[in-house]
Design a protein around this ligand. Structure first.
Ligand code: C5P
Length: 218
């Protein structure tokens, strides 16, 4: 039997990252923050002045991406880029490079390699649809755009990054539109995903819902 995977997909600012981290901690499983890979690639592209439509070049960079996770830290070629990749600007560039099929293909192997015993919790946009279609548990989180902007604002503030809520809301809306409308692995729930509207739910409530699904299905 295959190594178990729980996928947590959804739009930006919905709380996927936090939920995935808590589920992974609770189960003692590995964690894949797939969005961080697209963000690191975006950051590397900007640093090296690579045009954001240079698909073949970006695809090669994706295949060789020297990224490592150390707890909460994200390292690119050994350099801590955690702060730089979390800005909404970097998220916007990430969603541009993420629309390129060569980039998605280039990151596939890296993502699949995170599937290690005893199990993996993976969060992103296409974890349940493309990267781990055979996952045992698939969750799709939603929340209203206003609530997601509020959460992202709070999260950025905690990291010492200043942002304006209404600007954040329009940036998030723009990014969601791009993620949902692209041809390559658009943001959408897998047919067998369980959707959870988190708008009025606290993190512990969402965590319990996900853990009960895991208990039911594994
Ligand atoms: O989740 P996060 O906000 O860090 O993702 C940044 C961007 O990376 C998303 O807006 C999306 O365009 C892209 N992404 C993706 N597929 C994933 C994860 C992230 O296309 N599995």
């Amino acid at each position: 039997t295959s190594i178990p995977v729980i996928t947590i997909d959804g739009p930006s600012g919905v709380g996927k990252g936090t939920t995935a981290r808590l589920v992974a901690e609770r189960l003692g499983w590995h964690l894949l923050d797939s969005g961080a890979l697209y963000r690191v690639l975006a950051h590397a592209a900007m640093e090296n002045d690579v045009p954001l439509d240079a698909e073949a070049h970006l695809g090669q960079m994706a295949e060789r991406l020297g990224v490592r996770f150390e707890g909460e830290k994200v390292l690119l070629e050994g350099r801590d880029v955690s702060g730089q990749i979390r800005t909404e600007a970097c998220g916007g560039v990430a969603s541009q490079v993420a629309a390129l099929p060569a980039v998605r293909a280039g990151l596939l192997r890296l993502q699949k390699d995170f599937r290690q015993p005893p199990g993996l919790v993976a969060d992103g946009r296409d974890m349940g649809t493309e990267v781990f279609p055979d996952a045992q548990v698939k969750v799709f989180l939603t929340a209203t755009p206003a609530e997601r902007a509020r959460r992202r604002h709070k999260q950025l503030k905690e990291k010492g990054i200043d942002a304006n809520v209404s600007e954040l809301e329009s940036a998030i809306a723009e990014r969601d539109r791009r993620d949902a409308e692209r041809k390559a692995s658009p943001l959408k729930p897998a047919d067998d995903a369980v959707e959870i509207d988190t708008t009025d739910k606290s993190i512990p409530v969402v965590l319990d819902l996900v853990l009960s699904l895991v208990e039911e299905k594994t």
